[in-house]
Design a protein around this ligand. Structure first.
Ligand SMILES: Nc1ncnc2c1ncn2[C@@H]1O[C@H](COP(=O)(O)OP(=O)(O)OP(=O)(O)O)[C@@H](O)[C@H]1O
Ligand code: SF4
Ligand SMILES: [Mg+2]
Length: 352
């Protein structure tokens, strides 16, 4: 079932440049145990040529959000509410046929595991060229030439020969590159990269990230980059959205959020992250407790059962959901002054 409701939370900033605009998105799954509120009132924008990073612990709704943008959820067991507007086109109410067309031309996804996207039964070349022919009406010869060109661009050696290989004949890093080539075949305006490098070793990871940056410069695509790794995001993204329990808890430019974070959850993420130059014996402070059940999320602020600062506010944290204001914002009842003082006195000294 797909329905539209009016926006409830304060909207994220919208500029004339906004290419993708998501407003008060709610995604719920019907399961045997009840309704899973995987995304619960999320708003964000992505500008053309810019990268939005999305970070958050496992289960915070990063993948579900982005699969919903692409229309890849199961409509029988999933309820989607809110607005997703891509280049002026509303996607929540779009038909499957329209979405399929858009997935070919306007938006594409790079998955964590290339085997999700690549079939073992067909050659890499065929998997790159067939969708291209379908979406653009190109001939077989044109599609092959484009595929070889893209394989070369992503750094596959001997692309003409490799065109006829099956995915299992590629190494892990090469499969990841082939999937990036596949995502870029139709020159998408929006590229969603969901943990594109976590399965790879550090050197290959760095190469793939450089590649994505180069390709963005060349094609001017908007990118959504999902990761657990705050170190990677600093280099990759322009803007940053921190997600917790299906909601955005902090938003701003990467510089703002990483330089002067304002939400206790973001503080927790940063102080639990190993420093690049860190001593291997350094004490990391994991966020206490575990992410909440989305079947029965906590009342008020969803972070309150794990938050070290809840005592400073009291029952309001338990009873009242903090909203996320426009622009640079964090969804927390602490005052701006409290956030600044806590950050400077107790968090900053623990960061680099
Ligand atoms: N089809 C589904 N049916 C029921 N629950 C689902 C379904 N898909 C996802 N979920 C739940 O929705 C929540 C959000 O999942 P999601 O995959 O978006 O998390 P994530 O932030 O991408 O995590 P990770 O970092 O581990 O990839 C999780 O609690 C997950 O169990
Ligand atoms: S609203 Fe309260 S519980 Fe939530 S993050 Fe802020 S201080 Fe912590
Ligand atoms: Mg995920």
């Amino acid at each position: 079932m797909t329905t539209l409701t009016k926006t409830e939370d304060a909207p994220a900033p919208t500029g004339p440049e906004s290419f993708l605009s998501v407003r008060d998105l709610k995604v719920q799954f019907s399961t045997e145990d009840g309704i899973v509120k995987a995304v619960d009132g999320l708003s964000f924008d992505v500008e053309r040529g810019k990268t939005l990073g999305i970070v958050g612990e496992s289960g915070s709704g990063k993948s579900v959000t982005n699969l919903t943008v692409l229309g890849l959820h199961n409509p029988r067991s999933t309820t989607v509410e809110g607005e997703i507007v891509l280049d002026g086109k509303e996607l929540v109410t779009a038909t499957e046929k329209e979405l399929e067309q858009l997935r070919g031309n306007k938006m594409a996804m790079i998955f964590q595991d290339p085997l999700t996207a690549l079939s073992p039964y067909y050659t890499v070349g065929r998997q790159l060229s067939e969708p291209y022919m379908k979406h653009t009406g190109a001939s077989k010869k044109e599609a092959k030439s484009r595929a070889i060109q893209m394989l070369e661009k992503v750094g596959i050696p001997q692309p003409k020969v490799r065109f006829d290989d099956y995915p299992h004949q590629f190494s892990g890093g090469m499969r990841q590159r082939a999937m990036i080539a596949m995502a870029l075949m139709c020159d998408p305006d929006l590229l969603i990269a969901d943990e594109p490098t976590t399965a790879l070793d550090v050197t290959v990871q760095a190469q793939i990230l450089d590649l994505l940056k180069d390709l963005q410069q060349e094609f001017g695509s908007a990118i959504i980059f999902i990761t657990h790794d705050l170190g990677v995001i600093g280099n990759m993204a322009d803007d940053l959205l921190v997600m917790y329990a299906g909601r955005a808890v902090e938003r701003g430019t990467v510089r703002e959020v990483l330089g002067a974070p304002r939400h206790p959850y973001t503080w927790g993420l940063l102080t639990s992250m190993p420093r690049l130059d860190g001593d291997i014996h350094e004490m990391l402070t994991p966020i206490p407790g575990s992410p909440p059940s989305l079947l029965n999320p906590p009342s008020g602020c969803p972070f309150h059962p794990r938050c070290a600062y809840q005592e400073q506010i009291g029952s309001r944290c338990v009873n009242e959901r903090p909203s996320l204001a426009e622009g640079r914002a964090s969804a927390c009842h602490l005052t701006a002054e409290q956030k600044q003082t806590i950050f400077i006195d107790t968090i900053k000294p623990r960061l680099r």
